[in-house]
Design a binder for this molecule. Structure first.
Ligand SMILES: NC(=O)c1ccc[n+]([C@@H]2O[C@H](COP(=O)([O-])OP(=O)(O)OC[C@H]3O[C@@H](n4cnc5c(N)ncnc54)[C@H](OP(=O)(O)O)[C@@H]3O)[C@@H](O)[C@H]2O)c1
Length: 251
């Protein structure tokens, strides 16, 4: 198969698909022939993103933190595309706050979206994959798991939990023909920091640069992460990308 049809006939759900890495992934997987269901909360944004992909895109407003919304999303994809072969657990949020001062809302959102969200999606979609005889689950992690940024500690902890969950899930699904891949990305250009208070963000960026956590000249375009996901999904059945660490480098 050529690159243009490497994923032909496969149905993919990408969560958090309206912007950033999720949108880039949806474009790359659709260009490789997949039918892509784009999930995100904001209906207008997700409709616009799916419209770009023509018949290969389906907009489904879903809140991954809400199990009923996830179930309804699965039903919508089943009606439109007949089933699901691939789940890309990409949706996540990071809220800037010292751990000792985190608000209940920020705590709940990060755990609900970043950790419970992928679990809701896995629980709803694995039966679809089993019906089709196999599939792929790709979980998006962050290299902040290895070196947590101060003020993003809860975010990093949810990603560390997702990594542990991925290892257990891989063993549980080995007999079902379902592969589990973890893509651990370094800093990327996206709207991840868009909602942060500018003054707090400026202080955080200063601290991260001083502490060697972040080099502003060294960030990944979202397309590079999308390509890593495509690489994992296009390995032949006898191979599995278990963990792929993708880091930016200075040109
Ligand atoms: N950016 C980085 O530097 C970086 C580095 C390493 C790893 N990552 C990981 O890459 C993934 C994507 O990050 P990004 O930077 O591309 O983020 P982003 O630009 O902020 O986009 C986040 C996407 O997730 C959606 N989303 C948020 N909450 C949701 C929910 N409850 N249900 C469904 N969709 C939801 C957003 O749409 P709505 O708000 O409309 O729902 C949006 O489409 C995340 O898992 C992140 O941890 C990012």
């Amino acid at each position: 198969m050529s690159g243009a049809d490497a994923l032909s006939g496969r149905v993919v759900v990408v969560t958090g698909a309206s912007r950033g890495i999720g949108l880039a992934t949806s474009r790359v997987l659709a260009a490789a022939g997949a039918k892509v269901a784009l999930w995100a909360r904001g209906a207008i944004e997700v409709e616009a993103a799916a419209a770009e992909l023509g018949e290969r895109g389906l907009a489904v407003p879903v809140d991954v933190a809400d199990p009923a919304s996830v179930e309804a999303g699965v039903e919508r994809v089943r009606e439109a595309f007949g089933g699901i072969d691939v789940l890309v657990n990409n949706a996540a949020v990071g809220r800037l706050s010292p751990i000792a001062e985190v608000s209940q809302v920020d705590l709940r959102d990060q755990i609900g979206i970043n950790l419970e969200g992928p679990i809701h999606c896995i629980r709803a979609i694995v039966p679809e994959m089993r019906r089709r005889g196999g599939g792929d689950i790709v979980n998006l992690s962050s290299d902040s798991v290895l070196r947590p940024f101060p003020w993003l500690g809860i975010y990093a902890a949810t990603k560390a939990a997702l990594e542990t969950l991925s290892t257990a899930l891989r063993a549980e699904l080995a007999g079902d023909g379902i592969r589990v891949s973890l893509i651990r990305s370094g800093p990327a250009l996206s709207s991840f920091a868009a909602g942060w208070d500018p003054e707090t963000a400026a202080l955080a960026f200063e601290a991260w640069q001083a502490g060697g956590h972040l080099d502003p000249a060294c960030v990944l375009p979202p397309e590079r992460i999308a390509e890593a996901i495509l690489f994992a999904l296009t390995r032949p059945p006898e191979a599995s990308v278990e963990t792929l660490d993708l880091r930016p480098r200075r040109k």
